[in-house]
Design a protein around this ligand. Structure first.
Ligand code: PLP
Length: 407
């Protein structure tokens, strides 16, 4: 277990060492996507330079090597989230596709009018719209767990909304817009009591700590490679074997079949039944490299560092009456969502960018929760373990400059 040395860690991320708009880059948009360590860049590069080949098909050496690395990457993900079986790891393009897969392959053929799907008011659009479409397709009803003004989930309302009509609860593990960490174990426990299945959107949890799907006891878990220091275009859906076995294919084509004839087709075994077409082989290998990179650290230590950054940020923000904090959950990830009183978030973002500070502004693909707070959006600074206290200082110095221009 390596010790925590922030300067050494930053050396692993070449992109951080550049000037943007004439200033040293301060990258605080990690909830949108994280940066990649050299280990990931090298793994992707080596794959294309040395073994690029299609998987599961060729009768030649390179194809065999590519297949082995691709399947080894699946095993790495299995260990990363402690899934019982490697065939429960389905490669997707990302969290969005993982959720759509569950909606269509799990819900479309089995949900009926009168069935209910429960989501929360703080969901990302990718955990709202697939269920709206499914509701239209099946006649099932979409119900929404409200969120308190402090950005915590209303667990009493959740308990009331649960019933034997609830087929699926799909909630975010960590909110990208507010930072709220939801009590997902309790959600799973209560949902299972009424016989409902649970999907957890783990896009913002996996970047911060080691998720254990067996401890969580969830039925499905979705996350994206690019938010966990891996490549874009690769993601994961974990599903319980018995559910994946029952589910219809999501997309159809090569790889997902066992035998095709014009009189009928039989489907491949898990996980290939859900992996039609040539997969993102380099992406899977790159994601495994990211997971291996993380494995050298004590992730508790990395999380503690992020929490120190968050605490320092909240302390600075709390002392500034012109900063309005959006989201005050007790249990929260290193996301600082805020408004500078009297300034539009986009203007703040532009002025920070001019100072080399990258943040995200807008509704963060979570329009309903922005509507609830009656705001068009926020400025969001989100930290990863490679950020520093010095960068927190740069952010607040940057905000002082914004004030002189905007207020
Ligand atoms: N869910 C949450 C909570 C997110 O933050 C995001 C991305 O921002 C997504 C889902 C969608 O992830 P992707 O765009 O990688 O599919």
């Amino acid at each position: 277990m390596g010790s925590f040395d922030i300067e050494r860690i930053r050396q692993d991320f070449p992109i951080l060492h550049q000037q943007v708009n004439g200033k040293p880059l301060v990258y605080l948009d990690n909830a949108a996507t994280t940066q990649k360590p050299v280990a990931v860049l090298d793994a992707v590069n080596r794959y294309y330079r040395e073994i690029n080949s299609n998987v599961h098909r060729g009768a030649h050496r390179l194809s065999d090597l590519a297949t082995r690395e691709f399947e080894a990457a699946r095993d790495t993900v299995q260990r990363f989230i402690n899934a019982p079986h490697s065939h429960e790891i389905i490669w997707t393009r990302g969290t969005t596709e993982s959720i759509n897969l569950v909606a269509q392959a799990f819900g479309r053929n089995s949900f009926r009018p009168g069935d209910e799907i429960l989501i929360s008011a703080m969901e990302h659009h990718s955990n709202i719209v697939p269920w709206q479409i499914l509701a239209q397709q099946t006649g099932a009803q979409l119900k929404v767990i409200p969120v308190h003004a402090d950005a915590e989930l209303d667990m009493e309302a959740f308990s009331r909304l649960l019933s034997e009509r609830t087929r699926l609860v799909s909630v975010v593990h960590v909110s990208n817009a507010l930072g709220t960490v939801n009590p997902v174990r309790e959600i799973v426990r209560q949902a299972h009591e009424v016989g409902a299945r649970v999907l957890l959107d783990g896009a913002q949890a996996t970047p911060h700590w080691n998720v254990d799907v067996q401890t969580l006891d969830c039925d499905f878990y979705a996350f994206s490679g690019h938010k966990v220091f891996g490549p874009t275009g690769i993601g994961v859906l974990y599903g319980r074997t018995e559910l994946l076995e029952q589910m219809a294919p999501y997309q159809a084509g090569g790889e997902m079949i066992e035998k095709v004839s014009f009189s009928g087709t039989t489907y491949n075994t898990l996980p290939y039944k859900f992996e039609a077409g040539t997969p993102h082989i380099a992406g899977a290998i790159g994601l495994a490299a990211a997971i291996d990179y993380l494995a050298q650290f004590d992730r508790e230590q990395l999380l503690a560092h992020e929490q120190r950054l968050l605490e320092a940020t909240l302390e600075r923000a709390g002392a500034d009456p012109q900063i309005q904090l959006i989201g005050r959950a007790r249990d929260r990830a290193s996301v600082f969502s805020f408004l500078l009183e009297g300034a539009h978030p986009n203007d703040v973002g532009t002025l920070l960018d001019q100072q080399g500070i990258a943040v995200r502004t807008g509704h963060h693909c979570a329009m309903p929760i922005m509507d609830q707070f009656n705001i068009p959006g926020t400025v969001r600074a989100s930290f990863a373990f490679y950020n520093t206290l010095d960068e927190v200082e740069r952010l607040f110095a940057g905000l002082e400059k914004c004030k002189t221009f905007l207020l």
